[in-house]
Design a protein around this ligand. Sequence first.
Ligand SMILES: CC(C)(COP(=O)(O)OP(=O)(O)OC[C@H]1O[C@@H](n2cnc3c(N)ncnc32)[C@H](O)[C@@H]1OP(=O)(O)O)[C@@H](O)C(=O)NCCC(=O)NCCS
Length: 181
Amino acid sequence: MSPRPEATPSVTVRGATAADAALLALVGQATFLESYAGTLGGADILAHCQGQHAPAVYAAWLADPRSRCWLAQAAHGGAPVGYLVLAPAAVPVPDPDPTDLEIKRVYLLHRFQGVGLGRQLIDVAAEQARQAGSRRLLLGVYSQNHAALAFYARTGFQRVGERTFRVGNSDYFDYLLGLAL
Ligand SMILES: CC(C)(COP(=O)(O)OP(=O)(O)OC[C@H]1O[C@@H](n2cnc3c(N)ncnc32)[C@H](O)[C@@H]1OP(=O)(O)O)[C@@H](O)C(=O)NCCC(=O)NCCS
């Protein structure tokens, strides 16, 4: 029997290594564009992708022993379809703790959303954070990203603060969320 055309291709998740910086940058830029085209300005998206999703940004996280990245890849062919970056927290919460870790990025290409991969990535990061002695995961999310807010609510995150976040030449209002470990 031939596969259903709408079936999501099989995906594997693994810890990323220094050799994966370009793959992470590629899927980071693709998912940012896909997620925010029609919401944010095109020039801001381009500037953000060129700056914050440059391979060097991912290379720095991959070289930092305090950070971890996971890569989701299509089982057939190995194309990157998503990723998560965990690093020491740098968000302005009112009660920072030195063990706080931050989910800097969790992104999946649209075709790979809604089948449990996001929850799988959060679970892997939470387990890693617990093993590292962290008591809380933090993250910032655009206040108008209602789909992501619903996802974070389903995975147990609660609102702990807010910030403004610069994308290109524009400031956007973010919520800060936390998950007790
Ligand atoms: C946000 C994102 C990582 C979620 O990953 P995902 O694989 O689509 O989510 P999952 O399939 O693992 O869903 C986990 C739970 O969240 C719920 N959920 C996910 N998206 C949802 C939505 N849009 N509305 C309501 N609930 C949602 C699911 O129903 C599921 O609940 P359940 O397990 O209790 O049934 C992914 O959709 C994504 O990459 N989006 C675009 C980029 C983005 O916005 N990233 C976050 C930036 S801060």
